[in-house]
Design a protein around this ligand. Sequence first.
Ligand code: AMP
Length: 188
Amino acid sequence: MSELNLILAGPPGAGKGTQAERLAAHCGIPQISTGDMLREAVASASELGQRVQGIMASGELVPDDVVIALVRERLGREDCGPGFILDGFPRNPDQAKVLDELLRELGRDPVRVVALDVCEDELVRRILARGEGRADDKEETVRRRLEVYLNETSPVLEHYASALSQVDGLGSLDEVAGRLVAALGLDS
Ligand code: AMP
């Protein structure tokens, strides 16, 4: 079977984390969330965590070299052999270029990209409603994270235009999960 090397893209609040987790379980491949890895570093108060805590709380992106090192190490592990689902990476075109190069270096197939589409009002509503108590879930920071997404991250979709499918992210978890599975051709 071919590798399922997937980027689950979309703005903050689109449901990437939840859907990536479900799809990863469905396909038996790991979910790789740079946001989760960084939050773990912050929670453990490691040197890395202390370095990125303030940046994350402000809604800005942490430096490329930090996340690239995390992803490079993670993708090199054996459990990524059959594929992986990246959630929250790449966040800008430079990260995307490094990822493409890294996959070539590792002799891996290029990525496929599925973007979850959700309008801005619904994104803000969802993030404020999810009440996970994340340090970056305050309204002002949420707006900043959306701006950062539009300015810095959305060009990643242009970088991957030929590998990209768009999926409607509105609806129940099951509905969106069904659309993702169909978009990836995993239902046939
Ligand atoms: P997320 O959980 O993906 O929304 O990420 C939470 C925060 O972690 C972001 O607002 C950034 O500060 C940081 N972060 C996560 N992934 C990346 C990335 N690929 N590049 C830069 N910063 C990131």
